[in-house]
Design a protein. Sequence first.
Length: 216
Amino acid sequence: HSLSKRKDKRFLNINIVAYPENLFIAELCGYEKGAFTGAINKKVGLLEEANNGTVFLDELGKLEPHLQAKLLKIVEEKIITPLGSSKSKKIDVRFIAALQPEDIKQNKIIPDLKYRLGYPDLLELPSLNKRLLIAPETVIKGSLREALKKLGISEEFSASNEAVKRLTDSTFNGNYRELESILGVAVKLARLNKRNEILPEDLKSILKKDAVKTEE
């Protein structure tokens, strides 16, 4: 997005599982006051807010088929109609979608939507474990930066070579949020010992439960 012609416009991240099924399309397209019970005010839809920008649909495989069909029409026509309104609006949005490999294998995406979004042109992202093997310092440095940001810590912090190896030799069941969480706890332990560097001992108790040695 930052390298595209849309870089000055909004990048909107929509996590499918974060929205109630019965309100998903209304959140995307907006709604008029009184359109349904609880609609006490008019609301501009997310897609209209992101007009001329990029919309990232995360966990698309978790969207029910009947809602995928409605989303397909929006992606194809680039037209939205707020719930409770008879007026349609044209939008110019680039759609990007992410889904789990098993969602493709299990055909959880309706074919027309899958192909409209560009299948089979897929960018397969390696797991966190694979990325740690490929570029451990880069991955850990980036995750540490995010952990510090969430903790509101502005001071410089680093991980020792031994700590990096300890993390690289571990297997993670989750994604970057898991690694960021572990690093966040390690930062707190290091600060208790008046250090701005994460050492293996800061990770020992955390990784004992959250990860296991790959050689084991």
